[in-house]
Design a protein around this ligand. Structure first.
Ligand code: GLP
Length: 254
């Protein structure tokens, strides 16, 4: 069963997650972080940028992102590459050569997936950050009858496309495919932090924590990993049987 930390709001959850990352950075000479995108991660990146301005250096960090939309270049504003640049990379001192994302506009997507797996095989993730889709996806590993272990091209589900459409306000087409790492590299991470904030994540959180382990809820597989912590706000924890007690514990500790 994953560890659960329930905070009064997303800001205090983000402060906690950033402190965990800081601890990893202090403990390891060349820390490797698996990074995620999505609105959930923004308060965390803001907090990390704040810590950088107060003196925390990321100069020895390597980052490997989970996913990228197929067909988008790094310059495209809706790409995860642009998101990372806007929200994190341009504000901190991670060397450009140590920041990795799948290349969404690679001419040969199969070769790009192999390249990414080769990269992951030489960089053990100290910590993997995750969000969760309302359908229980992690990275872009969508619910299915079977799940891929390796980096692969995935056809996004309609509800995912609909939800992501807010990142493409200019009317450009929302990508229907993505490159995502598979479950193998997520599972190879020493530690996993899954962040979820807001009431619309409550169902997916409860299903993945308390439901049966099944491919139709990819996040439920995290029950099999030995070091997973869910970082939640009260709303996202709302459907967990123990939410009230967990929140009280956290408030007492702060
Ligand atoms: C995105 C990403 C996931 C992310 C999830 C939730 O599409 N591929 O890595 O965790 O969907 O996004 P959000 O945080 O915006 O709700």
């Amino acid at each position: 069963m994953p560890a659960l930390r329930v905070f009064p709001d997303e800001q205090s959850g983000a402060v906690y997650a950033a402190a965990v990352m800081d601890r990893v950075m202090q403990a390891r000479r060349s820390p490797v972080f698996g990074l995620a995108t999505g609105s959930t991660q923004i308060p965390l990146y803001r907090q990390l940028v704040r810590m950088h301005r107060q003196g925390l250096s990321f100069a020895t960090v390597t980052t490997i992102n989970l996913d990228e939309y197929v067909g988008l270049s790094t310059q495209s504003p809706g790409s995860f590459s642009a998101y990372m640049e806007r929200n994190f990379f341009r504000h901190v001192d991670i060397p450009p050569g140590a920041r990795h994302l799948p290349q969404g506009d690679a001419p040969d997507l199969a070769a790009e997936c192999l390249r990414y797996d080769a990269l992951l095989s030489t960089h053990r993730l100290d910590l993997q950050l995750l969000g969760i889709g309302i359908n229980g996806h992690i990275g872009f590993n969508e619910p299915s009858t079977s799940l891929s272990l390796k980096t692969h091209v995935v056809a996004l589900q309609d509800e995912t496309i609909l939800r992501n459409s807010s990142d493409f306000p200019d009317g450009s087409n929302v990508p229907r495919q993505a490159i995502t790492v598979g479950l193998q590299s997520i599972f190879a991470a020493r530690t996993i932090l899954l962040l979820a904030f807001g009431r619309d994540k409550a169902e997916a959180v409860a299903e993945s924590v308390c439901g049966q382990v099944r491919t139709s809820c990819p996040a439920s597989l995290l029950q099999l990993h030995p070091r997973v912590t869910y970082v939640l706000d009260a709303a996202a924890a709302g459907r967990l049987p123990d939410a009230g007690r967990l929140l009280a514990l956290e408030e007492a500790a702060w």
